[in-house]
Ligand binder design. Structure first.
Ligand code: FES
Length: 612
């Protein structure tokens, strides 16, 4: 649940189903789905309900201020409460969870200069207005005061401006980025995590190390394609494809950023620095680099290190010269988000061997053993996030998020309200389901259903088998909720990709077990790792050591680099020290991959104990 304040005239949707406040808008804001329920207080400050609101809400609910976010308008200031069930799935994934307070060592500071008169008589070294202002700022002890932007020179050259009270925004390495008239001491930064599926922004105080607001939303590029390959293909096929995708992510980020600024009651002019953690393709699209070369062998990014960038390069609604630091890439498929996750976890400085497994639409795996860092990527596909699964859905209330095999029966748990009928299966549910069906004996080692198992239904030709979790009469959608043969195959492909990636890295690092395994990513921190071990996605507990699920390490790393200049200095060391392990070119890859597709032997095939 989240609560925030709105003003008269404000709306909660951009009119196109855009997510302005982390509220889910399943029907694109058309008043059809009824999923965007909120509560506005006081009810008198809400406009009269629309027909869509009357259709979805009772008279008593409407009188209490219950409304649909996509429909409602405010006629006076109000407080809005968004129940968990109405939160955007990205928010439900924990991407916008506030990182811990960090000790600040900012690279950007604000230097306040008091009104002063330019000396009438110059003695000794000649100077100019800019040099005079820079000297006064340096005399306060502020490091790095240099002017490099013509726009600032133009600003300070206007009559009397250089002699007024001034606030200089000074980056230790890049010099002065902005000059504000008067004294404006508040200094904030923005950390951004750009994922294939979700975007997240974190607004942080650079002077205290505190994150004051954060918000996650779905990446608007999803409408063009679920994975990076389809977005690269879009850029290849359409002359304006790159511009379209860049515009979508830019607008999505600006929307999230503006909500954070409103919630924290600050302005864009208070933001002095930006860090961005993105996977390679998302980073290219954000900056406007064509990702074509990432999509074809040998999968090269345009550059592994982005140049010093400013907010204007990305189209962010900030002061144009605000410095932007993009995390560098390791390869065409291991990007700045992985480097950020390593920074946040300290994988590069751990004594014992550590496995970092980031599972989202793509999977990245890093192994660090104190002596080195090895990384690889694997095509897990969107199945583990509930996409391309016949009854797949995101991890929102109504999703089956747990499936178990207990006392001879397959049981399931529904996210949110366990008593409500299920709407579909999310990623953790589908992994659990495959593990539970394997244990039950409904699935063989090759992943095929046993057509004689109770609950397994096959077409008349014996093909197209599926296991029915909920019949149409028992599901919340009125449609059957089932695990199909195709779903099982998708999970097999994803789990084999992760398993082989881990095996390759362990071989390359020369380790046979690790001290700990960190699970992160949009999906990685959200599933039951025991089920992943069960189906062979992860090695056995003796090999993977202690398992630590960590929400959104890439976002935490972006915040860390923003707030702590000492940590930021480690970023390039991590990038340089990480060896990319290319699996596809290895002669043993195919054999290992095929072997990794197999599911485990059923553990309880007792015929007397088979049942749903
Ligand atoms: S988004 Fe569907 S009813 Fe509001």
């Amino acid at each position: 649940m989240i609560t925030f304040k709105v003003q008269a005239g404000e709306v909660l949707s951009d009119g196109a189903g855009g997510n302005l406040h982390g509220i889910r808008m399943d029907c694109g804001g058309r008043g059809i789905c009824g999923k965007c329920r909120i509560i506005g207080t006081p009810p008198a400050h809400l406009a009269p309900p629309t027909e869509a609101e009357k259709a979805h809400l009772t008279a008593a609910e409407l009188a209490d201020g219950h409304r649909l976010a996509c429909q409602t308008h405010f006629v006076g200031p109000a407080e809005v409460t968004v129940p968990d069930a109405s939160l955007d799935p990205a928010a439900a994934l924990g991407k916008d969870r506030l990182p811990p307070v960090m000790t600040p060592h900012p690279r950007v500071v604000r230097c306040l200069l008091h009104r002063a008169s330019f000396p009438q008589i110059l003695e000794g070294k000649a100077t100019g207005l800019l040099e005079w202002v820079a000297k006064r700022a340096s005399d306060t002890g502020t490091p790095g005061v240099r002017f490099r932007h013509l726009a600032l020179a133009k600003q300070l050259s206007r009559p009397g401006v250089a002699e007024q009270d001034l606030t200089l925004v000074v980056h230790r390495h890049r010099g002065v980025s902005t000059v504000w008239p008067g004294h404006r001491p508040r200094s904030l930064g923005l950390a951004i995590d750009v994922g294939t599926t979700t975007l997240a922004v974190y607004l942080c105080e650079l002077t205290t190390g505190r994150t004051v607001a954060s918000l996650a939303g779905l990446n608007p590029q999803r409408g063009i394609g679920e994975d990076v390959i389809s977005r690269i293909a879009h850029c290849d096929r359409h002359s304006k494809g790159l511009e379209t995708l860049q515009g979508l992510v830019r607008d999505g980020l600006n929307r999230l950023m503006n909500v954070c600024l409103t919630r924290a009651e600050v302005s864009a002019e208070d933001v002095d620095a930006v860090t961005v953690a993105a996977n390679p393709t998302m980073g290219h699209l954000l900056v406007g680099l064509h990702p074509h070369a990432i999509g074809v062998s040998p999968y090269l990014p345009a550059t592994r290190r982005f140049f010093p960038l400013v907010a204007a390069d990305l189209g962010l609604d900030l002061s144009p010269n605000t410095p932007v630091e993009m995390f560098p890439l390791v390869s065409g498929f291991v990007g700045g988000d992985t480097v950020a996750a390593v920074l946040a976890d300290d994988t590069h400085r751990c004594d014992g061997a550590t496995l970092l497994v980031d599972i989202g639409t793509n999977g990245e795996i890093v192994l660090g053993n104190g002596g080195g860092l090895w990384a690889t990527s694997c095509a897990t596909g969107p199945a583990l996030e509930g996409a391309r699964i016949s009854c797949g859905m995101r991890a929102v209330p109504g999703a089956v998020d747990r499936v178990t095999f207990e006392s001879g029966r397959i049981r399931y748990h529904v996210l949110g309200d366990p008593d409500r009928p299920p709407l579909g299966l999310c990623g953790s549910g589908i992994i659990d389901a495959v593990w539970a069906l394997s244990q039950a004996g409904a699935l063989g080692r090759d992943g095929r259903f046993d057509p004689t198992y109770p609950g397994v239904v096959c077409n008349t030709d014996g093909m197209g088998c599926r296991f029915v979790l909920a019949t149409p009469g028992r599901s919340g959608s009125g449609a059957e909720i089932a695990v199909t043969q195709h779903d099982v195959r998708q999970v097999q492909l994803a789990k084999a990709a992760v398993a082989v990636g881990i095996a390759f890295l362990m071989d390359r690092a020369g380790v046979t077990r690790v001290a700990r395994t960190v699970l992160t990513g949009a999906f990685g921190a959200r599933f039951d790792w025991r089920s992943a071990v069960g189906i062979g996605m992860l090695p056995t507990p003796e090999i993977i050591g202690s398992v630590q699920p960590r929400d959104n390490l890439a976002g935490v790393g972006a915040v860390m680099a923003l707030i702590d200049g000492n940590r930021a200095r480690q970023v390039h060391r991590i990038q340089n020290g990480m060896q990319f392990v290319e699996m596809a070119g290895d002669p043993g890859f195919n054999t290992r991959f095929v072997a990794a597709l197999a599911l485990p032997e059923p553990v309880a095939p007792d015929p007397a104990n088979r049942g749903q």
